[in-house]
Design a binder for this molecule. Structure first.
Ligand SMILES: Nc1ncnc2c1ncn2[C@@H]1O[C@H](COP(=O)(O)OP(=O)(O)OP(=O)(O)O)[C@@H](O)[C@H]1O
Ligand SMILES: [Mg+2]
Length: 273
Protein backbone atom coordinates (compact mmCIF):
# COMPACT_ATOMS: atom_id res chain seq x y z
CA UNK A 1 0.00 0.00 0.00
CA UNK A 2 1.10 3.55 -0.73
CA UNK A 3 -0.25 6.26 1.54
CA UNK A 4 0.38 9.99 1.29
CA UNK A 5 -1.01 12.03 4.17
CA UNK A 6 -0.95 15.81 3.98
CA UNK A 7 2.14 15.40 1.84
CA UNK A 8 3.78 18.52 0.43
CA UNK A 9 6.93 19.11 -1.58
CA UNK A 10 8.37 22.61 -1.90
CA UNK A 11 11.48 22.83 -4.03
CA UNK A 12 14.38 25.13 -3.23
CA UNK A 13 13.29 28.38 -4.87
CA UNK A 14 9.78 28.01 -3.50
CA UNK A 15 7.83 26.05 -6.12
CA UNK A 16 5.08 24.08 -4.38
CA UNK A 17 5.08 20.94 -6.50
CA UNK A 18 2.86 18.90 -4.14
CA UNK A 19 0.37 20.48 -1.79
CA UNK A 20 -1.44 18.63 0.99
CA UNK A 21 -1.77 15.40 -0.92
CA UNK A 22 -3.98 12.77 0.70
CA UNK A 23 -3.85 9.67 -1.47
CA UNK A 24 -3.98 5.96 -0.77
CA UNK A 25 -3.14 3.43 -3.46
CA UNK A 26 -3.91 -0.19 -2.60
CA UNK A 27 -1.70 -3.13 -3.56
CA UNK A 28 -2.21 -4.16 -7.18
CA UNK A 29 -3.84 -0.98 -8.43
CA UNK A 30 -3.05 0.48 -11.86
CA UNK A 31 -3.09 4.26 -11.49
CA UNK A 32 -2.55 6.83 -14.22
CA UNK A 33 -1.56 10.38 -13.23
CA UNK A 34 -2.46 13.21 -15.60
CA UNK A 35 -2.02 16.97 -15.54
CA UNK A 36 -0.43 19.82 -17.41
CA UNK A 37 3.32 20.25 -17.60
CA UNK A 38 4.50 21.41 -14.18
CA UNK A 39 1.44 20.03 -12.35
CA UNK A 40 3.58 17.81 -10.12
CA UNK A 41 3.23 14.39 -11.77
CA UNK A 42 6.94 13.54 -11.74
CA UNK A 43 7.29 14.91 -8.23
CA UNK A 44 4.51 12.60 -7.02
CA UNK A 45 6.13 9.56 -8.66
CA UNK A 46 9.62 10.42 -7.48
CA UNK A 47 8.45 10.97 -3.93
CA UNK A 48 7.31 7.34 -3.82
CA UNK A 49 10.85 5.98 -3.95
CA UNK A 50 12.35 8.80 -1.97
CA UNK A 51 14.07 10.58 -4.87
CA UNK A 52 12.27 13.76 -3.83
CA UNK A 53 11.93 14.33 -0.06
CA UNK A 54 8.67 15.57 1.41
CA UNK A 55 8.77 19.04 2.95
CA UNK A 56 5.89 18.09 5.24
CA UNK A 57 3.35 15.33 5.76
CA UNK A 58 3.95 11.60 5.70
CA UNK A 59 4.38 8.87 3.10
CA UNK A 60 4.35 5.14 3.63
CA UNK A 61 5.19 2.65 0.86
CA UNK A 62 4.87 -1.12 1.46
CA UNK A 63 5.27 -0.57 5.16
CA UNK A 64 8.38 1.63 4.72
CA UNK A 65 8.17 5.11 6.14
CA UNK A 66 9.62 7.22 3.31
CA UNK A 67 9.64 10.69 4.88
CA UNK A 68 12.67 11.00 7.09
CA UNK A 69 14.07 7.65 5.93
CA UNK A 70 17.81 7.10 6.21
CA UNK A 71 20.06 5.66 3.51
CA UNK A 72 19.54 2.06 4.59
CA UNK A 73 15.78 2.43 4.69
CA UNK A 74 15.79 4.07 1.28
CA UNK A 75 17.91 1.29 -0.16
CA UNK A 76 15.47 -1.31 1.16
CA UNK A 77 12.53 0.64 -0.24
CA UNK A 78 14.13 1.14 -3.67
CA UNK A 79 14.88 -2.56 -4.03
CA UNK A 80 11.10 -3.04 -4.08
CA UNK A 81 10.37 -0.25 -6.57
CA UNK A 82 11.07 -0.54 -10.31
CA UNK A 83 11.47 2.68 -12.31
CA UNK A 84 10.71 3.22 -15.98
CA UNK A 85 11.65 6.47 -17.74
CA UNK A 86 10.70 8.27 -20.93
CA UNK A 87 14.28 7.94 -22.19
CA UNK A 88 14.57 4.20 -21.33
CA UNK A 89 17.91 4.70 -19.49
CA UNK A 90 19.56 1.56 -20.86
CA UNK A 91 23.31 1.07 -21.11
CA UNK A 92 23.40 1.19 -24.89
CA UNK A 93 26.76 -0.43 -25.56
CA UNK A 94 25.97 -3.67 -23.76
CA UNK A 95 23.52 -6.49 -24.44
CA UNK A 96 19.84 -6.58 -23.65
CA UNK A 97 20.49 -9.43 -21.20
CA UNK A 98 23.15 -7.45 -19.32
CA UNK A 99 20.76 -4.53 -19.08
CA UNK A 100 18.04 -6.73 -17.61
CA UNK A 101 20.53 -8.33 -15.20
CA UNK A 102 21.17 -4.85 -13.82
CA UNK A 103 17.70 -5.21 -12.31
CA UNK A 104 19.28 -7.87 -10.07
CA UNK A 105 22.02 -5.57 -8.76
CA UNK A 106 20.27 -4.75 -5.51
CA UNK A 107 20.34 -8.48 -4.69
CA UNK A 108 23.95 -8.99 -5.84
CA UNK A 109 27.10 -8.37 -3.82
CA UNK A 110 29.32 -5.57 -5.10
CA UNK A 111 32.25 -7.77 -6.07
CA UNK A 112 30.01 -10.11 -8.01
CA UNK A 113 28.35 -7.28 -9.87
CA UNK A 114 31.70 -5.65 -10.68
CA UNK A 115 32.87 -8.91 -12.21
CA UNK A 116 29.54 -9.52 -13.91
CA UNK A 117 29.11 -12.77 -11.96
CA UNK A 118 25.39 -13.22 -11.88
CA UNK A 119 23.97 -16.48 -10.57
CA UNK A 120 22.10 -18.96 -12.72
CA UNK A 121 18.94 -17.99 -10.83
CA UNK A 122 19.50 -14.33 -11.73
CA UNK A 123 19.87 -15.23 -15.40
CA UNK A 124 16.75 -17.36 -15.23
CA UNK A 125 14.83 -14.39 -13.80
CA UNK A 126 16.20 -12.11 -16.49
CA UNK A 127 15.07 -14.46 -19.26
CA UNK A 128 11.64 -14.81 -17.67
CA UNK A 129 11.31 -11.04 -17.58
CA UNK A 130 12.28 -10.79 -21.26
CA UNK A 131 9.70 -13.45 -22.10
CA UNK A 132 7.03 -11.50 -20.32
CA UNK A 133 7.54 -8.51 -22.60
CA UNK A 134 7.96 -10.84 -25.60
CA UNK A 135 11.45 -9.79 -26.52
CA UNK A 136 13.54 -12.77 -25.37
CA UNK A 137 14.92 -13.32 -28.88
CA UNK A 138 16.82 -10.03 -28.50
CA UNK A 139 18.69 -11.15 -25.36
CA UNK A 140 22.15 -11.02 -26.97
CA UNK A 141 21.59 -7.95 -29.14
CA UNK A 142 23.26 -4.68 -28.18
CA UNK A 143 20.71 -2.34 -26.65
CA UNK A 144 21.72 0.40 -29.11
CA UNK A 145 20.44 -1.75 -31.98
CA UNK A 146 16.86 -1.82 -30.75
CA UNK A 147 13.97 0.44 -31.70
CA UNK A 148 12.58 2.82 -29.09
CA UNK A 149 9.64 0.55 -28.31
CA UNK A 150 11.92 -2.46 -27.91
CA UNK A 151 14.23 -0.46 -25.62
CA UNK A 152 11.29 0.49 -23.46
CA UNK A 153 10.22 -3.14 -23.19
CA UNK A 154 13.76 -4.03 -22.13
CA UNK A 155 13.58 -1.38 -19.45
CA UNK A 156 10.29 -2.93 -18.28
CA UNK A 157 12.02 -6.32 -18.20
CA UNK A 158 14.85 -4.79 -16.16
CA UNK A 159 12.31 -3.48 -13.66
CA UNK A 160 10.62 -6.91 -13.56
CA UNK A 161 13.92 -8.74 -12.98
CA UNK A 162 14.09 -6.73 -9.80
CA UNK A 163 10.90 -8.52 -8.63
CA UNK A 164 9.39 -5.23 -7.53
CA UNK A 165 6.24 -4.69 -5.51
CA UNK A 166 5.69 -1.32 -7.18
CA UNK A 167 6.46 -0.05 -10.70
CA UNK A 168 6.73 3.69 -11.33
CA UNK A 169 6.68 4.83 -14.96
CA UNK A 170 7.27 8.51 -15.73
CA UNK A 171 5.92 9.27 -19.23
CA UNK A 172 6.97 5.84 -20.51
CA UNK A 173 5.48 6.33 -23.99
CA UNK A 174 6.16 10.02 -24.58
CA UNK A 175 8.82 9.33 -27.23
CA UNK A 176 7.03 6.46 -29.02
CA UNK A 177 4.69 6.38 -32.02
CA UNK A 178 1.02 5.51 -31.35
CA UNK A 179 1.06 1.74 -32.11
CA UNK A 180 4.26 1.25 -30.11
CA UNK A 181 2.91 3.33 -27.25
CA UNK A 182 -0.06 0.98 -27.06
CA UNK A 183 2.19 -2.10 -27.05
CA UNK A 184 4.18 -0.68 -24.13
CA UNK A 185 1.04 0.32 -22.22
CA UNK A 186 -0.38 -3.17 -22.75
CA UNK A 187 2.84 -4.69 -21.39
CA UNK A 188 2.55 -2.54 -18.27
CA UNK A 189 -1.10 -3.48 -17.90
CA UNK A 190 -0.41 -7.19 -18.35
CA UNK A 191 2.33 -7.14 -15.73
CA UNK A 192 0.02 -5.37 -13.34
CA UNK A 193 -2.77 -7.87 -13.88
CA UNK A 194 -0.72 -11.07 -14.01
CA UNK A 195 1.77 -10.29 -11.26
CA UNK A 196 -0.32 -7.92 -9.15
CA UNK A 197 2.44 -5.29 -9.14
CA UNK A 198 1.11 -1.89 -8.07
CA UNK A 199 1.72 0.45 -11.02
CA UNK A 200 1.73 4.23 -11.25
CA UNK A 201 2.11 5.74 -14.72
CA UNK A 202 2.36 9.42 -15.65
CA UNK A 203 0.82 10.11 -19.03
CA UNK A 204 -0.03 13.22 -20.90
CA UNK A 205 -2.15 11.58 -23.60
CA UNK A 206 -5.73 11.54 -22.37
CA UNK A 207 -6.95 8.75 -24.67
CA UNK A 208 -4.24 6.46 -23.28
CA UNK A 209 -5.07 7.52 -19.73
CA UNK A 210 -8.71 6.53 -20.23
CA UNK A 211 -7.90 3.31 -22.07
CA UNK A 212 -5.46 1.94 -19.50
CA UNK A 213 -6.08 3.76 -16.23
CA UNK A 214 -8.27 1.72 -13.89
CA UNK A 215 -7.95 4.76 -11.70
CA UNK A 216 -7.02 8.26 -12.83
CA UNK A 217 -5.50 10.93 -10.61
CA UNK A 218 -5.65 14.48 -11.95
CA UNK A 219 -3.04 16.97 -10.77
CA UNK A 220 -3.13 20.73 -11.09
CA UNK A 221 -0.55 23.08 -9.59
CA UNK A 222 0.56 20.46 -7.07
CA UNK A 223 -2.93 19.56 -5.92
CA UNK A 224 -4.99 16.47 -6.61
CA UNK A 225 -8.10 17.78 -8.37
CA UNK A 226 -9.55 14.48 -9.59
CA UNK A 227 -9.57 10.89 -8.37
CA UNK A 228 -11.85 8.54 -10.24
CA UNK A 229 -12.19 5.75 -12.80
CA UNK A 230 -11.33 5.93 -16.49
CA UNK A 231 -15.06 5.96 -17.26
CA UNK A 232 -15.69 8.91 -14.98
CA UNK A 233 -12.87 10.87 -16.61
CA UNK A 234 -14.76 12.39 -19.50
CA UNK A 235 -13.85 15.41 -21.59
CA UNK A 236 -15.25 17.83 -19.01
CA UNK A 237 -13.16 16.27 -16.25
CA UNK A 238 -10.00 16.60 -18.33
CA UNK A 239 -10.83 20.22 -19.16
CA UNK A 240 -11.20 20.88 -15.44
CA UNK A 241 -7.87 19.21 -14.68
CA UNK A 242 -6.15 21.17 -17.45
CA UNK A 243 -8.03 24.41 -16.89
CA UNK A 244 -8.53 24.83 -20.63
CA UNK A 245 -10.22 23.16 -23.60
CA UNK A 246 -8.61 20.05 -25.05
CA UNK A 247 -6.59 20.10 -28.25
CA UNK A 248 -5.30 17.49 -30.70
CA UNK A 249 -1.99 17.59 -28.80
CA UNK A 250 -3.71 16.08 -25.78
CA UNK A 251 -4.47 12.79 -27.50
CA UNK A 252 -2.04 10.28 -28.93
CA UNK A 253 -4.23 8.87 -31.63
CA UNK A 254 -6.50 11.67 -32.71
CA UNK A 255 -7.34 10.02 -36.02
CA UNK A 256 -7.01 12.00 -39.23
CA UNK A 257 -6.90 15.78 -38.90
CA UNK A 258 -9.35 18.04 -40.74
CA UNK A 259 -6.59 19.03 -43.16
CA UNK A 260 -5.94 15.37 -44.00
CA UNK A 261 -9.68 14.71 -44.43
CA UNK A 262 -10.01 17.72 -46.74
CA UNK A 263 -7.03 16.57 -48.79
CA UNK A 264 -8.47 13.06 -49.08
CA UNK A 265 -11.87 14.46 -50.15
CA UNK A 266 -10.19 16.69 -52.74
CA UNK A 267 -8.17 13.78 -54.14
CA UNK A 268 -11.32 11.67 -54.28
CA UNK A 269 -13.26 14.39 -56.13
CA UNK A 270 -10.40 14.78 -58.58
CA UNK A 271 -10.23 11.05 -59.34
CA UNK A 272 -13.96 11.04 -60.10
CA UNK A 273 -13.80 14.08 -62.37
N1 LIG B 1 14.51 19.97 -8.88
C1 LIG B 1 13.65 20.99 -8.94
N2 LIG B 1 13.94 22.20 -8.44
C2 LIG B 1 13.08 23.23 -8.49
N3 LIG B 1 11.86 23.16 -9.03
C3 LIG B 1 11.48 21.98 -9.57
C4 LIG B 1 12.35 20.83 -9.56
N4 LIG B 1 11.72 19.80 -10.18
C5 LIG B 1 10.51 20.27 -10.54
N5 LIG B 1 10.36 21.57 -10.19
C6 LIG B 1 9.16 22.40 -10.39
O1 LIG B 1 8.09 21.77 -9.70
C7 LIG B 1 6.88 21.83 -10.45
C8 LIG B 1 6.37 20.42 -10.70
O2 LIG B 1 7.31 19.73 -11.52
P1 LIG B 1 7.10 18.26 -12.03
O3 LIG B 1 8.34 17.88 -12.74
O4 LIG B 1 6.66 17.40 -10.91
O5 LIG B 1 5.88 18.44 -13.05
P2 LIG B 1 5.28 17.43 -14.13
O6 LIG B 1 3.82 17.40 -13.90
O7 LIG B 1 6.01 16.15 -14.09
O8 LIG B 1 5.56 18.19 -15.50
P3 LIG B 1 5.95 17.61 -16.97
O9 LIG B 1 4.67 17.16 -17.60
O10 LIG B 1 6.54 18.80 -17.66
O11 LIG B 1 6.93 16.50 -16.79
C9 LIG B 1 7.23 22.60 -11.73
O12 LIG B 1 6.89 23.93 -11.53
C10 LIG B 1 8.73 22.43 -11.83
O13 LIG B 1 9.31 23.52 -12.51
MG1 LIG C 1 7.20 15.14 -15.45
Amino acid sequence: MIRFEKASVTYPGGVKALQDLDLTIEDGEFVVVVGLSGAGKSTLIRAVNGLVPLSSGTLEVNGHRVDGAGRRDLRALRSEVGMIFQSFNLVKRTSVLNNVLMGRLHATSTWRSVLGLYTAADKERAFQALERVEIVEKAYVRASNLSGGQQQRVSIARALAQEPKVVLADEPVASLDPPTANVVMRDLQRINRELGITTIVNLHFLDLARRYGDRIIGMREGRMVFDGTGEQADEQVFEDIYGRSLTAEDVLDAGPTQVQLDAAAAADAESQA
